[in-house]
Design a protein around this ligand. Sequence first.
Ligand SMILES: Nc1ncnc2c1ncn2[C@@H]1O[C@H](COP(=O)(O)OP(=O)(O)OP(=O)(O)O)[C@@H](O)[C@H]1O
Ligand SMILES: [Mg+2]
Length: 495
Amino acid sequence: MTSPEHPPVGTDPTPPSEPLPWLEEMPPRQIVAELDRFIIGQDPAKKAIAIAVRNRWRRSQAPESLREEITPSNIILIGPTGVGKTEIARRLARLAGAPFIKVEASKFSEVGYVGRDTESMVRDLIDTAVNLVRTEREDEVMPSAESKAEEQLLDLLLPPGPTPLPTAPAAEGEAAVKVFTVSSRGEVTPTEAEGGAAEKRREGSREKLRKLLADGALDDREVEIEIVPQNYPMQELMQQQPGMEGPDINIFEMLQDLLPKRSKRRKVKVPDARRILVDEELRRLVDMDDVVSEALDRTENHGIIFIDEIDKIAGERLQTGPDISREGVQRDLLPIVEGSTVQTRYGYVRTDHILFIAAGAFHVSKPSDLIPELQGRFPIRVELSPLTQDDFVRIMTEPENALVKQYQALVAAEEATLTFTDDGVAEIARIAALANDRLENIGARRLHTVMASLMEELLYELPDGKHQNLTYDGEQVRAHLKAIIEDDDLRRYIL
Ligand SMILES: Nc1ncnc2c1ncn2[C@@H]1O[C@H](COP(=O)(O)OP(=O)(O)OP(=O)(O)O)[C@@H](O)[C@H]1O
Ligand SMILES: [Mg+2]
C-alpha cells in the first residue's frame, strides 16, 4: 500500500484543506467566535452551547469513575420566531468533529409514526457519524487513491504491450507491436521498435499521456472499465419506508450479500472513469470496520442532537385530542434523552452522553408544560432576545452570508455592481421592523421578504443591460417600496 504521504503523480495536488479545529477542543470563547461569524447577538445562547460542548471534553478528561456520572448539560433555547434558534444549530453543525443532526420534534407526532420511531434520530446520528469519519479517512488517503487511479487510467489508455525478447524476430503474420506512439491530440497508435528502445519509448508515451490527461486533453476519450455495482440503491429504498429501517428488518442487505456481485464492463468518458477508479481505490484503502468503531465512539461521546420545535409537543396536559399524542411523543423521547441503548445497523449505541439541544418559540406552551421528567433532562434554559432594528442592520451586512452580500453576488453575475449606503440599509431595517410591528413579528425572516420585494424589479431587468452600477440610499429604498408600505393589503401579501 502506498503511504498517504505519497504525492499524487501528475495531477495538481489539491492543497490540504485547513484542518478544522475539533469542536470540543475549542475553548468556549472560540466556539462563540465561530458562531459570531454568522449569528448576530444572542450571546447567552451561544455561551450556553459553547459551555455544554466544552463540558463534554472536560468530562472525557475526568477520572473514569466520575466520567459516567457527569451527564450532558442539555439545553432548551427559547425565543420568538426568526431570531436565530435554528440558525445557531445549522452553524454548529458546520464546526468539525462531532456528529450532529437536527430533527423536528413535531415529526414524531405526525400520523403514522409510532413510538419506536424516536429512536430513528439515534440511527440518523450514527449514519452521520459514519459518513463523517469515512470522509475524514478518505481525505487522508485521497492523494494515494488519486495517484493509483491515474496509473490505472494510463494503463487503460495505453494497453500494455508484450515485453519484447531482445533478439526474437517478429513471427510471421504477427506484427511486432511493442510500443505505441502518442500524438499531440492523444491518439495512441502501435509502432514497431526493438528492445530497450521500445521500453524507453513506451515510458515516453506514458509520460506524454500523463501530461495530456492532467491538462484535460483526453476528457472526451472513452475507456472501458469494470464497474462493481454498489449497495446504495437498496439502502435508499430502505430509508424511504418509515418503520422499515432498523436492523431487525434488513432483509434487503441480507439479500444483497447473498447475491453475487456481478461486475459490468462499461465504456465511460475519462473523467467519469477517473472518478470511478478513485472511488474504488478509496473503498480499498479505507477500513470500514475501523470507521464504524470510531463512528460509534464519536456518536456516544460527542454526538449532538438538535431537537427543533420542541414546543410543538409541549401541550397543556389533561387535554384531549392531539395533545395526548404530544405527551406520548415526550414519553418516547424520554428514554433516549435519559440514556438508553438503541440498536442500529452498526451496532448498539448508548445515548447517555449524547448532547441534546432543544429549541422552541414557546408562544402557546411553556417549558413547564413539558412532562417533568423531560424538563429535568434539560436543566439549562436560555432565552433568545427579539431582534431590534439595529440588529437588523447588522444581520443584513455583517455575517459572512449576509443578505446584502448575497444580492451583491447575484447582481455581479450579470456584470453589474450593487451598493447600499448606510442610509439605505437603515431604511430597509426600519421597514422590516415596521412590518414586524404592524403585521406579525417574524424576526429576521422579514428582512428576506423586504429585500425580495425591493430587488425583484432589478433582478428582472438586469440582463437588459440598462443597469451597471447601482446604489441604493434611503431615498431610493423608500421610493421602491413606497407602494407596498402605503397599501395595507399589498403589504400583507407581499412583505
Ligand atoms: N441573530 C441572527 N443573526 C443572523 N441572522 C439571523 C439571526 N436570527 C435570524 N436570522 C436569519 O433569519 C432566518 C430565520 O432564523 P431561524 O431559522 O434561526 O429562526 P428560528 O429562531 O429558528 O425561528 P422559528 O421559531 O420560527 O423556527 C435565518 O435563516 C437567518 O437568515
Ligand atoms: Mg426554527
